[in-house]
Design a protein around this ligand. Sequence first.
Ligand SMILES: Cc1ncc(COP(=O)(O)O)c(C=O)c1O
Length: 365
Amino acid sequence: MNDADDETNLKEAFDESRTLIRFAGNNYLGLASASILKEAAGEALSRYGVSVAASRISTGTEKIHVRLEKALAEFMAREAALTFASGYLGGMILLSALSAQYDDVFLDSMAHPSLRDGIPREKQLYEYATLDVEDLRQLLRKHDRGRSLIATDGLFALTGDIAPLERIHKLAEEFGAMLVVDDAHAAGILGANGRGTLEFFGLENAQNVYQTGTFSKAFGGFGGFIAASGELIDAIFRNARAFGGSTALPPVMAAADLAAIEWVRTNPESRKNLLQLSEYSRSELCCLGFKTGGTGSPVAPLYFNTLKEAESLSQFLLEHNIQVPYFNYPVKTGNYALRMTFSLCHTESQLKYLFKILKKWKGQK
Ligand SMILES: Cc1ncc(COP(=O)(O)O)c(C=O)c1O
């Protein structure tokens, strides 16, 4: 696609007079525009204003932060929790808080950049082939010095793959390594209570296993979080530079996040419905002859051998008022993928329309 085409594509995507059906983004449960979140945010806006304009360790802690973190700790079944301005900060905050306990980091090669960027400079980094537990084992055998940390996404954003955490955890135990999971995409939708991949794999009570999350995806709100032992949360509050050195989550968002937790907690069927809708859609995509993946998640990437094919489908969909933008997602893959995602917002007729247009594209290729 040349620059001019690119511009047309963008203009169409942002033409406010057009209604687009979006099969993209991370609004998995449809909460981002839910009235309960809007109302909670509205009330907080008139009470607190738009920002506290201060760090949490200074004057930036309001009652709403304390209430949110209490509810979050309960939801995640942990002693304590902390929230901060973005999920991207989570890796940096957690990896720096744990930094006295490890020297070597073994990172999944497709891990989100926030984990990679969060690794302290003085640590030695080794990358294992994505999802490949045997490769990880070989690397640990070769390089482990007894103070290792393994880091991976729980649910990979682009592919929808779920990390084989049961096996990774076994390896971690074998080598006495710590395990850090970026659960941005699984929090709120995976596990019986929506606590993410650690719950999904029954690892919630495992020793030396840690998790970060975000409100900006399934919860439909905004801001990152860590739920952990009281001791670790206390250490983060006192010592983590990225936490203390950044402005607190705006109270408006804290209020929306609190409403979202309550909704996720009291609507367990939403997780089942989302996964059912996603599995149904994935099987339709397969029937239409698309190469896809991400079983068990609301992400269904459409894989192509060439960039041209991926971009041409994205453009074709847009011409039919469906938005699945092609973008060069910031992780390495061997394929060109259109990141298609499903949400509880999608109606049956929207899904039918999507499959009809995809069939049309296949037919005229
Ligand atoms: C795996 C993963 N981790 C972290 C983040 C960052 O979260 P946030 O958007 O809340 O900063 C993202 C968001 O794109 C993500 O996909």
